[in-house]
Design a protein. Sequence first.
Length: 317
Amino acid sequence: MRVLVTGAAGFLGSHLVDKFLALGYDVLGMDNHITGSPANLEHLSSHPRFRFANQDVTRYIEVEGPLDGVLHFASPASPVDYLELPIQTLKVGALGTHKALGLALAKQARLLLASTSEVYGDPLVHPQPESYWGNVNPVGPRGVYDEAKRFAEALTMAYHRYHDLDTRIVRIFNTYGPRMRPNDGRVVSNFIVQALRGEPLTIYGDGSQTRSFCYVDDLIEGIVRLFERGTPEPTNLGNPHEFTVRQLADRVVQLTGSKSEIVQRPLPTDDPRVRQPDISYARRTLDWEPTVRLEEGLRRTIEYFRGVVARERAAAT
């Protein structure tokens, strides 16, 4: 089996590459490093079943030889990224998805689209099942990401229905773990890095908004199961255990042993008040649910970021 992973140098893409290689696949990784990091794939530089191509998937995707699967993970995916890169975010969701689907069709390969819980917007239904159509502001600052993914889903289903292409759509809820970028604006990495640096932990709003945090190993296992034996229907993957942002901040301070205080800042525009996946469909069709508890996942992630912060300090001296 040979698969292409776009966005391979990103947080999720690099973990997915590792998983497929461990399962015996040949893997071609593709990234242009706008938000992905070459360091995430350094350990694979001499791997006999891994190849890397530095390409912008919105312009072209050219692959020699057969492919059994295309997994489209290329996209800015954190608030910092897609607010700084709005045009690139829209282009990779639209043009990049079109190129990935065209390649899959030409190779008669299965395509898996990495979508997001952001397609539900600021939800009026809680928890969010796949049948919920969402509450998205298409012209707000977050709309560039939300609508790019909603369009990508529509295009993927069009290729499935019109061309009979074998497709999968995963709606990814908040995920965390090693290889997150320290300044990517995601709440888990923000809190951990701030705590390790001894800086105040920044909460937006009063911290009562909720999130559901899935450790990366659990998510990747679900994605592989979806790719190998899922259905074309969108599938939620995430951890259904819900926490407030304030609870997360308190837990990070406790686990890091930090003396950082917690400070409040104004809530960003269109920030979702609640976020919790209904994973009934994944349980039923994939026999999947997360197993890593939040405290254990945070401990692993904190250890990773201890190394990152230590290297930053060493470089500054």
